[in-house]
Design a protein around this ligand. Structure first.
Ligand code: B12
Ligand code: SF4
Length: 473
């Protein structure tokens, strides 16, 4: 029998249009298992479907907002999208839910805040909870907004279930583990929540989503949470609950994949893990199970260079349906790799790219230019790395290294020659968190990094053209 408390979970724009928001599918499955009455709304896909062009314009504006927290953009959004917001607010209020939870990523911060504010204006009694990776970074900023009641800074499952339980039994407490809350006008930090046992989590629930709305649909799944490495630039560290790596057994992941395939008739999956090869033995076992049971699926995931990965395993992964893997290559310089604490040798990385490609798996690679200790010589080594290995890449992404809040560089900037942080002091800007998104050693340094980014972009294009000419010959 369902419990009396109703909860709505919301994804505001902007998030992926290829698959339903994974965090909400995970949380709704968990709460439903506990017999709560849950409704889920993906307003991101809703907005996309209404007008794709308009969606893209706002997506870019929202990305400006995520850095500047610009008041003008906030007001412009309310002015131009008022009707859309009203429709969404009404949809939410119609459910009669007491609790409204938002999954907040940096890309969705602008729309989430406006939507939450409008809900509170219309129905003061609703309890508004923010959760998601952006809350780990900006939790204190969010909890200071008068329309936000709780901010989940840890894993959502247990914290949310605890609040729902207490609300139902009239035993609301001063603080909740994994949450920031308000009590008698004061902000209370409930401390770290206990880590959930992944093996006990239910399979993500995609029943609330109209799957035909998504573009080239795939479903997300996870085999682990966290990471056992400590790359110095990595901001995901703040998102790694409990600072450790946890994994599900191959048997459990297989049963989830099978259930999702059979239940939703979907064959394309993406692992939301930070790396799918955190536990190589379980990955190997999972591939065996998929092959033995002829699951007939196609999947992708983020993966890390590890010298334990061999050709036999890549072949097995391919046979089990692995179509593409995403590597964070970052640099072709051993010096920079060491400064990044990537813990592998350039040659090992190259070898793994070759093995992946030879096994018939497409390779997506991300490079990072302008790491604080990167010299011009290091940069040239990265360019050479790209041309040497270009045949193995299906596509290359690259970005300028930015200061990720919570990363080692952020905590110990002096160790990397980062002497001062550039503060975004827009006159219109709202409350800004202490952590900033970029740094500067000198004005020249910024231009140097932009220059390298441009050169890298051109280089990738040049290498591709060169290869095409070569093939034509
Ligand atoms: C998988 C993933 C994706 C997938 C999403 C798949 C999907 N269907 O949802 C894809 C590849 C599409 C993706 C895309 C992007 N991503 Co991404 N992604 C991730 C990754 C690796 C894992 C996220 C995940 O699903 N984890 C598993 C779930 C279960 O965990 P979770 O989301 O944290 O949710 C838990 C808690 O946070 C909490 N919670 C979450 N929501 C709520 C809500 C409530 C009410 C409560 C109480 C709790 C709660 O409970 C959940 C369960 O414990 C993270 C890295 C990370 N460390 O989190 C980056 C990350 C979330 N992505 C990020 C970004 C920036 C993006 C992009 C915007 C990048 C870009 N510029 O294009 C795009 C957005 C989509 C688009 N193209 O427009 C950033 C977000 C930054 C921030 N601080 O907000 C992260 C943190 C990576 C990073 N360090 O930069 N991403
Ligand atoms: S960059 Fe990847 S491997 Fe390195 S600490 Fe972050 S999540 Fe882990």
């Amino acid at each position: 029998m369902k419990k009396g408390i109703k909860v709505v979970l919301v994804q505001a724009p902007f998030w992926t249009v290829q698959s339903p928001p994974f965090s909400l599918a995970t949380l709704s499955a968990f709460l439903r298992e506990k017999k709560y009455n849950v409704s889920v709304f993906d307003f991101n896909i809703n907005f996309y479907k209404k007008n794709k062009f308009y969606y893209i314009i706002w997506k870019h504006l929202a990305s400006v907002y995520q850095i500047t927290w610009n008041k003008f953009l906030y007001k412009l959004n309310i002015f131009l999208n008022d009707k859309i917001f009203d429709r969404w607010v009404n949809e939410i209020i119609k459910t009669d839910a007491q609790i409204i939870g938002f999954s907040v990523y940096s890309s969705g911060s602008l729309f989430t805040q406006i939507l939450a504010q409008k809900i509170k204006e219309k129905a003061r009694d609703k309890i508004i909870i923010f959760g998601g990776s952006n809350c780990r970074l900006h939790g204190h900023v969010y909890i200071n907004l008068d329309y936000v009641d709780f901010v989940c800074v840890g894993e959502g499952e247990n914290s949310l279930a605890e609040i729902l339980y207490d609300l139902e039994h009239g035993t609301m407490k001063k603080s909740y583990k994994g949450m920031l809350s308000k009590f008698n006008g004061k902000i209370v930090d409930g401390g770290e929540s206990e880590l959930i046992q992944l093996e006990k989590l239910p399979t993500p629930d995609y029943n609330d989503f109209n799957l035909s709305d998504y573009v080239k649909l795939y479903l997300s799944i996870s085999s682990s949470r966290g990471c056992m490495y400590r790359c110095t630039y990595c901001g995901d560290m703040v998102n790694i609950f409990g600072n450790c790596f946890r994994f599900k057994s191959a048997k459990k992941v297989f049963s989830e994949l099978k259930y999702l395939r059979d239940n939703y008739n979907v064959k394309r999956f993406a692992f939301a893990d930070l790396m799918i090869n955190g536990n190589i033995k379980e990955l190997d076992r999972l591939c065996d199970l998929i092959i033995k049971n002829n699951l007939d699926i196609l999947w992708t995931g983020f993966i890390r260079f590890r010298k334990e990965m061999n050709f036999k395993l890549f072949k097995k992964m391919k046979k089990a349906g692995c179509g593409r893997l995403f590597y964070g290559v970052e640099t072709g310089s051993q010096n920079v790799l060491n400064a990044m604490n990537r813990r592998y040798k350039v040659e090992e990385g190259e070898n793994i790219l070759r093995l992946t490609n030879n096994a018939g798996i497409e390779v997506g690679a991300t490079f990072m230019v302008g790491f604080p200790t990167e010299s011009f010589k290091d940069f040239v080594q990265t360019l050479k790395f790209v041309s040497r290995n270009n045949n193995y890449f299906y596509f290359i992404n690259h970005l300028i290294c930015r200061l990720s809040p919570g990363s080692n560089i952020d905590i110990n900037p002096e160790d990397y020659g980062v002497i001062s942080r550039k503060m975004w002091t827009w006159r219109t800007s709202r409350l800004l968190s202490r952590k900033m998104w970029t740094w500067r050693t000198s004005r020249l340094d910024i231009w140097k990094r932009i220059f390298r980014y441009v050169v890298f972009t051109l280089w990738v294009k040049l290498v591709i053209i060169k290869d095409l000419l070569y093939i034509k010959k």
